[in-house]
Design a protein around this ligand. Structure first.
Ligand code: GLA
Length: 407
């Protein structure tokens, strides 16, 4: 008993000890597991951001091609679709290098097509006000449809009363562009299209080889970049003429959109919308968008609506903020950066319900706005404006970036 007692106690003590060690071991295991789970879940979270490529693999950045039909003279026309991992989808056709649609999420992630245009090629083959098109050789107006280079006068089509508008009768918006590249392996999903405009085409001098590249990036930017070379001195001014409605195309007018234009001046125009040569301050006038303002807030005070070239504060030459547009009901924001010196702000004043566009929507006055990044109108006849002359051996390169977000 004497021995038994301590032995028993010892055994009991040992059992308790083993038990508690087991308990502790279990606890320890649990603790270690918990730490592992927490740290692994931490890793998972980290990976989810770091591993964006995997997310990409699920939603897929892609660039595809399909047929969009044929022109009346039998030329094949393609439709290219660029998508990024956020689901933004841009469709471009080789006819006029037109941006056919641009689907962008709202603040709840719901996609809507924010550009005006047509579902089918037939719409673009008909008469329309340059929906989504690449405009050239000279976007905007050239006064009296003529200009001089080295003393030689070049006569162009007078297709806007006595003036020349957007490249003439058959501008770059009405020709079939050639596919150069369609790719989703690089910095974004991209399509590069090219066009050779022959010497004398629409009255312009020089064989001009030009290209436009649309790139949809993973950070929700649609970049439009242009390149061109000529074999004879010429003038050049390329832009994209998309009509935007950030609430969704065909849903109403754009008067509630809030616009900021990074421009203290605009080019004053005559009744034919040809600049007089004066760059006037916007301060204290309905032309002032240096701080965000609803497009419709003062439009009634601007005869005919906005259709003006703003002189960007950047002066051009390097990529800089030109405009920011916010649509309050959807929360969509579009920011435009460009290396061009000007931007034509146009409020779709000539839309009048005569065009039925995508999904059967009828486009009424002010149903879309354009922000055409460009050189100033009539620059070939205005020696004080930034030059639009392209010389042989010179390379024309310019870029405009549309960045999409929500708030
Ligand atoms: C540009 C012009 C407008 C009008 C449209 C097309 O924005 O500045 O005057 O011609 O193109 O309708």
């Amino acid at each position: 008993m004497f021995y038994e007692q301590p032995l028993q106690k010892w055994l009991i003590g040992a059992q308790i000890l083993v038990g508690s060690i087991k308990m502790e071991a279990r606890l320890w295991i649990k603790l270690v597991l918990a730490v592992a789970v927490i740290s692994m879940s931490g890793c998972e979270k980290k990976d989810a951001t770091v591993k964006k490529p995997e997310a990409k693999e699920i939603k897929q950045m892609s660039a595809n091609k399909e047929s969009f039909g044929k022109t009346p003279d039998g030329k094949q026309v393609d439709l290219y679709t660029l998508t990024n991992s956020s689901g933004i989808r841009a469709r471009i056709t080789s006819f006029g290098a037109i941006l056919v649609s641009l689907e962008v999420p709202d603040r709840d992630g719901k996609l809507a097509d924010i550009t005006l245009g047509f579902d089918k090629l037939a719409g673009y083959l008909g008469v329309h006000p340059y929906f989504g098109a690449i405009v050239g050789r000279y976007a905007n107006r050239i006064g009296k449809a003529a200009f001089k280079l080295d003393g030689v006068e070049y006569k162009l089509a007078a297709n806007d009363s006595e003036n020349h508008l957007h490249g003439g009768i058959k501008g770059f918006d009405k020709v079939v562009w050639r596919l150069e590249d369609l790719d989703d392996k690089g910095a974004g999903a991209m399509v590069k299209l090219s066009y050779i405009s022959e010497d004398g085409e629409e009255g312009y001098p020089g064989n001009l080889a030009c290209s436009v590249t649309y790139t949809l990036t993973e950070d929700d930017k649609l970049q439009i970049s242009y390149e061109a070379e000529t074999d004879k001195k010429t003038v050049l001014n390329l832009t994209n003429h998309s009509y935007y409605n950030l609430a969704g195309q065909g849903t109403g007018d754009i008067l509630g959109h809030e616009l900021m234009l990074n421009a203290d001046k605009y080019t004053v125009v005559d009744e034919g919308l040809i600049p007089t040569g004066e760059n006037r301050s916007v301060k204290g006038t309905p032309m002032d968008f240096t701080t965000p303002m609803a497009i419709g807030s003062r439009i009634g005070q601007v005869e005919g609506g906005y259709d003006h070239n703003y002189v960007l504060n950047s002066g051009g030459g390097m990529l800089a903020l030109a405009a920011k547009v916010y649509e309050p009901t959807s929360g969509r924001i579009m920011e435009i950066h460009t290396d061009q010196p000007g931007v034509q702000f146009y409020t779709g004043n000539f839309l009048d319900g005569s065009v039925t566009g995508k999904a059967g929507k009828v486009y009424q006055k002010n149903y879309g706005f354009c922000l055409e990044t460009q050189h100033f109108p009539d620059s070939p006849n205005k020696p004080d404006f930034p030059t639009v002359v392209l010389q042989p051996g010179q390379k024309y390169t310019t870029m405009t970036v549309h960045k999409f977000s929500t708030k």
